[in-house]
Every structure is written in C-alpha cells, then in structure tokens.
Design a protein around this ligand. Structure first.
Ligand SMILES: NC(=O)c1ccc[n+]([C@@H]2O[C@H](COP(=O)([O-])OP(=O)(O)OC[C@H]3O[C@@H](n4cnc5c(N)ncnc54)[C@H](OP(=O)(O)O)[C@@H]3O)[C@@H](O)[C@H]2O)c1
Length: 260
C-alpha cells in the first residue's frame, strides 16, 4: 500500500523514546522528514542520529519542554524552516501520573494537564499556518484508553485524557474546513521506557518483563503492544489512504477495554 508519505514533513513531540521514537522511525522509513523534541538532549540526539542513519531522511531535533509556549513556537518555526514546511503534527509527549484521588499530588496533576492538554494546544496553534498550506494535513493526538475507561490508579491521567478526547473531537470539527484531519490514537499497555517509573507504583519488586506478563492477563490478545504497532496505525492515519477519517478516537489495546 502506498501511504503517500514520501517527502511529507512531520513533527513528533516526545520523539526521543518509546512510542514517539517508533512513530518518528516509521514515518521516516515511509519517506517523511521529521522534527523531534524532548526535554533530555542526550537521548534526543542519540535518537536523531539513529533515525538519520537508519532512514537517510532529514531529521531535525531540538530539546525543549512542550509546556513552555515560546519554546514550542521557536521549535515549530525552526522545524518548518529546516524541513521546508510542515504537513503532520503528532502530539505524543507525556508521561504517566499514577495515584488515586487521595494519593496524587495536586501540582503534579496540574502539570500533567499542561503536558497532555495545553502543550498540544500550543503546538497546534503554532503549526496551523503551515498545515493550512499543506495538501495532506494531519494532526494525530496520542492519548490513552484511560480517557475512556475509568482507571482508579490513574485519576489524573484518566481525567486529563478524557479532556484530550473531547478536545480532539471538537478540534476536528473546527479544522475540517481547512481539510485538516484530526484523530486520536488511544493505546492500552505498550512496552516503553515509561514503565520504568510506573512499575515503582504498581509493583516495585517485579521485573519489567514479569510485569508485562501480569498486565497481559486481562488482555484478550495476551500480551502488551510493541511501540511499533502504535507507529503503524499512526502512519496509516497520517497517510493519503486515511483521507476520510477525522474526529476518530481509535483504541489500540489488544481488546483490553470492554465497552461497546
Ligand atoms: N506506554 C504506554 O503503555 C502508554 C499507554 C497509553 C498512552 N501512552 C501515551 O503515549 C505517549 C508516549 O508514551 P511512552 O510510553 O512512549 O513514554 P516514554 O517512553 O516515557 O516517552 C515519552 C517521551 O515524551 C518526552 N516528554 C515527556 N514530557 C515532556 C515534556 N514536558 N516536554 C517535552 N518532551 C516530553 C520524553 O522525553 P523527556 O523525558 O526527555 O522529555 C520522551 O521522549 C504519552 O503521551 C503516553 O501518555 C503510553
């Protein structure tokens, strides 16, 4: 299937690790040029070098915190200059905030909302003039099934992701007049560096591979996802083949959620 991604220009926030790195890799393998960002510069530059080496595409990398609006504006402007325009924005940066209502720190919760809801808003504001110029413009928000399925140990995450899903839907309506497609991907459990810290909350004495087995027990497919599986769906939604999909919220969870 020709995805029509050759020569497209994509931003992937949180592209230094896990799902974001896999998405950047997949899009670059399909022929897109990529701009990635993350806070930690060392891992970001390592990821950028890997992407250049494996895909021979133009890879721009800049370290920043996506909750800082002026840094986001600077990043998008430089990325557009470096890549010669922008067609695709993947809002992916984020880390899990664990805890029940009585456990979660309120400032940590506020920060989570900044990263998961306001940072995508900053990115979309900055990228909009470029997407309006594109003939295949796409915004893909990496959310989570916890925004649709109440998850008591993730009250901040669940609440903030529900807001993100509302935003995704309304935004798709607002931007349809420009032909900009806006969709949400909601992963279940995916192997990534994020679990290194999350396991401390859920099961500090368990090895990560054992923990993956434990969380797989409730999943009909009997395993957690690979980041590359989220990347494959992302590439499809970014492609010309997904031209009639907007406002969608797509779970990719091995059957974990049971709602209809
Ligand atoms: N893994 C899962 O099971 C799972 C399930 C559902 C949803 N998700 C969602 O998928 C997305 C990616 O998760 P992941 O598992 O791949 O996590 P990860 O391995 O921890 O990677 C997160 C990425 O985001 C960057 N990042 C985090 N906060 C940032 C900030 N304030 N500014 C800029 N960059 C930031 C990180 O780099 P720095 O730390 O260096 O900034 C890193 O590149 C997240 O939004 C997460 O909520 C993951």
């Amino acid at each position: 299937m020709d995805l029509g991604l050759q020569g497209r220009r994509a931003i992937v926030t949180g592209g230094s690790k896990g799902i974001g790195k896999a998405i950047a890799h997949e899009l670059a393998l399909e022929g897109a040029d990529i701009a990635i960002c993350a806070r930690g510069d060392t891992e970001l530059q390592v990821a950028a070098s890997m992407l250049r080496e494996k895909t021979q595409r133009n890879i721009f990398a800049m370290s920043l915190d996506v909750t800082n609006r002026s840094s986001v504006n600077d990043f998008i402007e430089k990325a557009a200059e470096e890549l010669g325009g922008l067609d695709i924005l993947i809002n992916n940066a984020g880390s899990p905030v664990t805890g029940t209502f009585e456990e979660v720190d309120i400032e940590r919760w506020r920060q989570d909302l900044e990263v998961k809801l306001f940072a995508p808003i900053y990115c979309i504001h900055a990228v909009l003039p470029y997407l309006k110029e594109s003939d295949q413009p796409r915004i893909i928000n990496i959310n989570s099934i916890v925004g649709r399925q109440s998850t008591p140990e993730y009250i901040a995450n669940s609440t903030d992701r529900a807001a993100c899903l509302g935003f995704n839907k309304v935004l798709s309506d607002n931007l349809a007049k420009y032909g900009i497609l806006v969709n949400s991907i909601n992963p279940g459990n995916v192997k990534s560096e994020a679990w290194d810290s999350t396991i401390e909350y859920f099961s500090p004495d368990q090895e990560l591979e054992d923990w993956y087995q434990t969380v797989s027990q409730d999943t009909p497919l009997g395993r957690v996802a690979e980041a590359e599986e989220i990347a494959a769906l992302t590439a499809f939604l970014a492609s010309k083949r997904a031209g009639y999909i907007t406002g969608a919220s797509i779970d990719i969870d091995g059957g974990l959620t049971r709602y209809i």
